[in-house]
Design a protein around this ligand. Structure first.
Ligand code: S3P
Length: 173
């Protein structure tokens, strides 16, 4: 069998990193955070890439990092994508032969989870401003997120329960 991988998709605060780390642990696979790959490749933090070069430059760095990753996957891996990655057609094309999972949650939960996990000024997430802008961006992205291989409703579920759903649906473990 070739290398296996699962790509986690979802809006900011959807739990891609938490669920991804848990899934990788359960399967004894590698965990890859695409945002961390981008920061390592660019030698800059994501807020700095946005601030110094703008979103357009960030999106091309994101596609470069994803292309590089999908071309060089040597071990079974769970990959957490950034919230905007699956919106780009080129990126969806790169992921066509891998299972992708959309972690869905109500907007109020996404917003609360972002607030809990980062500074209130949004310094870590350049595309999280106020709730209205956050909700609008989420609405715009839903049609793309729904093009994933499977959707998991995460509200009220533990990371373990979410992993179990993914494992069953993808026949892993
Ligand atoms: C982004 C989400 C971030 C990061 C960047 C852009 C987005 O990742 O990739 O700030 O466009 O939604 P998380 O979804 O992990 O916060």
């Amino acid at each position: 069998m070739g290398v296996r991988a699962v790509f986690l998709v979802g809006f900011m605060g959807s739990g891609k990193s938490t669920v991804g780390q848990e899934l990788a642990r359960r399967l004894a696979w590698d965990f890859v955070d695409l945002d961390a790959r981008i920061e390592a490749r660019e030698r800059k933090t994501i807020p700095d890439i946005f601030r110094l070069h703008g979103e357009h430059a960030f999106r091309s760095a994101e596609t470069d990092a994803l292309r590089d990753l999908t071309n060089s996957l040597a071990r079974d891996s769970v990959v957490a994508l950034g919230g905007g990655a699956f919106v780009q057609e080129t990126n969806r094309e790169l992921l066509r032969s891998w299972p992708s999972v959309f972690l869905d949650a109500p907007i109020s939960e996404l917003w609360q989870r972002c607030l809990q996990h980062e500074a209130p000024d949004g310094a870590k997430r350049p595309l999280r401003n106020d709730l209205e802008q956050f909700s609008r961006l989420h609405e715009e992205r839903l049609p793309f997120y729904r093009q994933t291989y499977m959707v998991v409703e995460t509200s009220g579920k533990t990371p373990g329960a979410i992993c179990q759903e993914i494992e069953r649906a993808l026949q892993l473990g």
